[in-house]
Design a protein around this ligand. Structure first.
Ligand code: PAP
Length: 342
């Protein structure tokens, strides 16, 4: 099997962006359209017109070539900044509820991204060739995986096997603000020049954002979930925030591990909701001080900012709001997918 990260697996001037670049992808991106991401580094337009950081092109190619889904796998798919960390925590807690007492949950000492690996992150392919070989990760299940890969590019074995997919999307206004804050932190950390909120909005209105256009991402999985509701559970961040207990129960049922009445009476659903709550996770030592791999990857704290619905009201001016609302109207109308804007 091809070893992906070869001689160029060194931290280059562009920081972690270049850490896993292969000669193949270096060559490839030299031919692709590029635009600046919110942190000032480049995104490249690749398969089906989606925009990617180079490291994720390496990861997507690796996933398409090497990731083999199994029937009992669970694949968590999100558009970035739509609740990935939370969805990973909730799923891990649901699936492993009988393996660990809540006070000993690995979620108390490891970031959810460590426990539930991304299949599109080249870190997992460079030495082990596949995210299944993650013995070095603490308490990895080897059966719950995350990804941001858009529907048209998802490894075929995921769609062709009986594995389940849970997709979480988020109100595009909050997603935009969350992504912008995250990228500003990334830029500060890596000493690049971030875009202003106005510049970022201009990019978004053209669909330019990592794994964007966001509406293509969301609609791809939305339509697939309508066609195959037993395969894809489609969730909205806001709904899960509003009634976490209901959705924890729904997820467990969908994933084939429903709560027994004894568990319900013992308050297990409430425990899971509490364990994975923003307030609890943000204050954990690992999430205050840890950092993901490789060197230069985001600090764990970057994944925990406000954890609220409607934070956009603190940032968007009326013209910005108008622009985003028009975009949502244009892109989502007729799809049946709606977002509440309060
Ligand atoms: P990713 O896609 O890059 O992994 P993701 O976890 O989707 O990131 O996005 C982080 C957002 O989820 C942050 O939103 P904010 O910027 O609006 O605050 C973060 O605060 C929020 N978040 C993280 N953990 C939780 C949680 N346990 N509950 C609710 N929201 C959470």
């Amino acid at each position: 099997m091809e070893k992906l990260a070869t001689g160029s697996q060194q931290k280059a001037s562009n920081g972690v962006q270049d850490y896993y670049l292969t000669d193949e992808v270096r060559q490839l991106i030299s031919t692709l359209p590029r635009e600046k991401d919110f942190d000032g580094t480049y995104l490249y337009q690749y398969q089906e017109g989606f925009w990617y950081r180079p490291t994720y092109i390496v990861g997507i190619l690796s996933a398409q070539r090497h990731f083999q889904a199994r029937d009992d796998d669970i694949i968590l798919i999100t558009y970035p900044k739509s609740g990935t960390t939370w969805l990973k925590a909730l799923t891990y807690a649901i699936v492993h509820r009988s393996h660990y007492a809540f006070e000993h949950s690995p979620l108390l000492t490891a970031n959810p991204h460590e426990l539930v690996p991304f299949i599109d992150h080249p870190a997992y392919y460079s030495e082990n060739h596949c995210p299944r070989n993650l013995e070095h990760l603490p308490n990895s299940t080897h059966s719950i995986f995350g990804t941001h890969i858009p529907y048209p590019s998802i490894p075929r074995s995921i769609m062709n096997s009986n594995c389940r997919i849970v997709y979480m999307c988020r109100n595009p206004l909050d997603q935009f603000i969350s992504y912008w804050h995250f990228m500003v932190k990334i830029a500060q950390d890596r000493e690049t020049e971030p875009l202003s909120l106005e510049e970022a909005l201009e990019r978004v209105s053209h669909g330019i954002q990592g794994f964007g256009p966001s509406w293509e991402h969301v609609l791809g999985y939305w339509r697939a979930s309508l066609e195959n509701p037993n395969k894809i559970l489609f969730l909205k961040y806001e709904d899960v925030m509003e009634d976490t207990l209901f959705y924890v129960k729904k997820m467990a049922e969908f994933l084939g591990c429903p709560f027994s009445s004894v568990e319900e009476n013992q308050g297990v659903i409430e425990e899971i909701s509490k364990l994975c709550s923003f307030e609890n996770m943000k204050d954990l030592e690992v999430n205050k001080t840890g950092r993901l791999v490789p060197p230069g990857a985001p600090k764990n704290s970057f994944f925990f900012r406000e954890g609220k619905v409607g934070d956009w009201t603190n940032y968007l001016t009326s013209p910005m709001l108008e622009c985003l609302k028009n975009l949502m109207e244009e892109k989502f109308s007729g799809s049946g997918l709606t977002f509440r804007i309060t």
